[in-house]
Write a protein that binds this ligand. Structure first.
Ligand code: HSE
Length: 436
């Protein structure tokens, strides 16, 4: 711990789950002269179970207080969170936030403003809760040459996929995740991959020197996955994970995406289960960086915020400013249609002679080179779709550009033999993650 020097005063805006965790950390530790001075909340009269009693309803009492050195924003969402951060910086205060929405959308503007006003910004809590990743990236890893980042960055979806491996269906697994408090207030944000997209956008931006907005991240969610997919994946030697990835492909191009994927059982990330998050980075000269931990929750996220406060207090005492450089590289975001991938396709086939034959013909016409193919019958697999008895058939294939895969799907849906349509329901496609 640092030597006690000049007292540093902290003002906190927001006292929800993470905010209360932070208050507890302040009360449990000898904070070496860093004092929590005031907390701004929506309703200062509301009884709260935190060891602190100096609350206000007026954020300006923190933002305008010349005695406050560091403003901590923990209200989340875009506004007024962003407005508070801007005001704090303009008033010469260092800021700490765990706000992935604001940082992913407005990082460069805030970093530039901080540089202009000679203050520091900490946002370790914005990505993967308690796992140290922002500071390691800023201070060490980005000095190297990062070839790829692969993360499990959303605890809710990882928890749901773990439960689906126990044959619990998607809806029931989501309900358990919500009861456990992992999910965002709108769980669509978790299951559609949007939460992970904000997080990988931040990590990729710091790694590659070009700010990548969440809207530039290709994104698919997990809602179409069925427990039988998890079984098939297991049979083929894979786990299913919602992966957030970023990698350099060609010179000047970054491929950034979030989607469920089959990942080999030999990959470290395949063994990260329950609500855990993990980050796996490859690059030189460090080779591999792997870190796993709790991606959300009171203690883990509050601890990351606390670390930023302690660190920024130390920098404030030594009058050091850490400049966060972004947008110094001119990089293109890869067009997903041109990116090649291996994958897994599940089709429900009309259970009559010729269905499989017709499907294989269409796949061959589009250039698919099939690797594995599995079809199972029995009550666990059969399904009545459009009033017709169907069996699920799954195939995996050698790499193909994603655009080719997309163009194949309508042709599969439209197959007709003299027995009628061969493919019923919507085909489900999932990429297979290769070794990066
Ligand atoms: N809802 C997120 C998750 C945690 O499930 O990981 C906050 O980012």
């Amino acid at each position: 711990m640092m030597d006690k020097g000049k007292a540093i005063n902290v003002g906190l805006i927001g006292c929800g789950v993470v905010g209360s965790g932070l208050v507890e950390l302040f009360s449990e530790n000898n904070n070496n002269g860093v004092n929590l001075k005031k907390i701004a909340v929506k309703d200062s009269k509301k009884p709260r179970k935190v060891p602190f009693n100096n609350f206000t309803d007026n954020a300006d009492e923190i933002l305008e207080d010349p005695g406050i050195d560091i403003v901590v924003e923990l209200i989340g969402g875009h506004n007024p969170a962003k407005e508070y951060l801007v005001k704090a910086i303009k008033n010469g205060k260092h800021v700490v936030t765990a706000n992935k929405a604001v940082i992913s959308e407005h990082g460069p503007e805030l970093f530039e403003l901080a540089r202009k006003h000679n203050v520091n910004i900490g946002f370790e809590g914005a990505v993967a809760g308690g796992i140290p990743i922002i500071n390691p990236l800023l201070e060490q890893l980005s000095l190297g040459d990062i070839t790829s980042i692969t993360g499990i960055l959303n605890g809710t979806t990882n928890f749901i996929l773990t439960r689906m491996g126990e044959r619990i269906d998607y809806e029931s697994a989501l309900k358990i995740a919500q009861e456990k408090g992992f999910a965002e207030s709108d769980p669509g944000f978790d299951v559609l991959g949007l939460d992970a997209a904000q997080k990988i956008a931040i990590l990729a931006s710091l790694a590659y020197g070009r700010w990548i907005k969440p809207s530039e991240v290709y994104c698919e969610g997990i809602a179409e996955i069925m427990p039988i997919d998890v079984d098939y994946a297991k049979e083929l030697g894979y786990a299913i994970k919602l992966l957030a990835t970023a990698r350099k492909i060609n010179e000047g191009e970054v491929d950034v995406r979030v989607h469920p994927a089959l990942i080999s059982n030999s990959h470290k990330l395949s063994r990260v289960n329950e609500e855990f998050n993990a980050i796996y980075i490859q690059g030189s000269p460090f080779d591999e960086y792997f870190n796993v931990g709790k991606g959300a929750g009171k203690g883990p996220t509050a601890f990351s915020v606390y670390y930023d406060i302690v660190k920024i207090a130390e920098m404030a005492r030594s009058e050091t400013v850490r400049e966060i450089r972004v947008n110094y590289k001119d990089l293109k975001i890869a067009d997903q249609d041109k990116v090649s991938t291996e994958g897994y396709l599940r089709l429900y086939l009309r259970h009559v002679p010729g269905s499989l034959h017709s499907v294989v013909g269409v796949l061959a016409n589009h250039g698919w080179n099939v690797k594995d193919s599995i079809q199972r019958s029995g009550p666990r697999y059969e399904m009545t779709v459009d009033g017709i008895k169907c069996l699920p058939n799954i195939i995996t294939h050698e790499p193909l550009p994603f655009g080719v895969i997309k163009n194949t799907i309508p042709d599969l849906i439209n197959i007709r033999t003299e027995k009628g349509k061969s493919v019923h329901g919507i085909p489900f496609y999932m990429r297979i993650h290769n070794s990066h």
